[in-house]
Design a binder for this molecule. Structure first.
Ligand SMILES: C=C(O[C@@H]1C=C(C(=O)O)C=C[C@H]1O)C(=O)O
Length: 273
């Protein structure tokens, strides 16, 4: 049987979703990369399943997603931070982490919709030190954001918190997207099994990952257990729909994308909107 190429985010927050994944399903070929690159690999048909930024799910229009699994937050997220030299109202130039697509669009949503600004944007390459940027603000995500201190920047806005405070809704950053026509067969269930195991083993994962990241294990544990939420239920989907509307208003995503659960090809699809 040909293997199913699966790409997952290479940050701490996604470790619980891949815990034991390839043992639960022997035909999954797992690789890890930046969220933005996973989205590009999905588009290039180099992956069948990808833990991709939700904005790229909305842009693709043809993907379905594995139900009830996501990378979400219900308030502060700790790993998506807009460091700024100036308060929101004075931001004119922004550098955006190359790894990000969802939070890059979220930065635009907050600046352009919430604060009614029209700043200029540039990409911050993954190997360029954020300390060196000359823009007013710089968006960092993932492990890089968790470790960044950036003393030259007076403000550190947590975009999970900013979103939640403004909309009252959870923020969905990523989900398991499946390319159209892909048949996961019995391997589908492995994604839910990995999530269940990963959540049970959050302490073990935190201990294992902390040293390599140069982060405190107790902090990693709380991040995985209390900050990042992995369910994608009605509340999270309401947050995702709100994000979709606001992104579409900016021309950052097409308006019509349906949030379709994965079903095996040739079976009836369940449409959520
Ligand atoms: C919360 C996070 O979620 C990530 C943010 C993403 C984005 O901004 O495109 C994509 C995937 C997620 O893993 C994070 O990495 O800090």
């Amino acid at each position: 049987m040909p293997s199913i190429r699966v790409g997952a985010v290479n940050y701490l927050n996604s470790k619980p979703l891949v815990e034991g994944l390839t043992e639960f399903a022997g035909d999954l070929d797992l690789s890890l990369d930046l969220p933005s690159r996973l989205a590009d690999q999905m588009a290039a048909h180099e992956l069948e399943v990808g833990l991709i930024p939700v904005i790229e799910f909305l842009r693709a229009e043809s993907y379905s997603f594995i139900p009830n699994i996501g990378i979400t937050s219900h308030g502060p997220v700790l790993s998506v931070t807009l460091f700024s030299r100036v308060p929101w109202k004075d931001v004119r130039t922004v550098s955006l982490d190359e790894g990000s697509r969802t939070s890059a669009a979220l930065t635009r949503i907050l600046l352009e919709h919430r604060h009614r600004l029209t700043p200029q944007y540039r990409q911050l390459p993954i190997d360029e030190p954020a300390e060196a940027v000359s823009t007013d603000a710089v968006l960092l995500i993932g492990d890089r954001a968790m470790k960044a201190c950036l003393p030259g920047f007076e403000f550190a806005y947590d975009l999970g918190h900013e979103w939640n405070e403004w909309t009252g809704l959870p923020m969905v950053f990523a989900l398991w997207a499946v390319r159209e026509g892909v048949d996961l067969a019995s391997s589908e269930v492995a994604f839910a099994q990995a999530k269940q195991l990963g959540l049970r083993r959050a302490g073990v994962i935190a201990t294992r990952e902390a040293a390599a990241l140069g982060l405190d294990a107790g902090f990693c544990r709380r991040y995985l257990t209390n900050i990042i939420r992995y369910d994608l239920g009605p509340r999270e989907l309401a947050g995702l729909r709100r994000y979709h509307e606001l992104a579409a208003d900016l021309g950052a995503a097409p308006r019509g994308t349906n949030l379709v659960h994965y079903h095996r090809p040739h079976l009836v699809e369940s449409r959520q909107r």
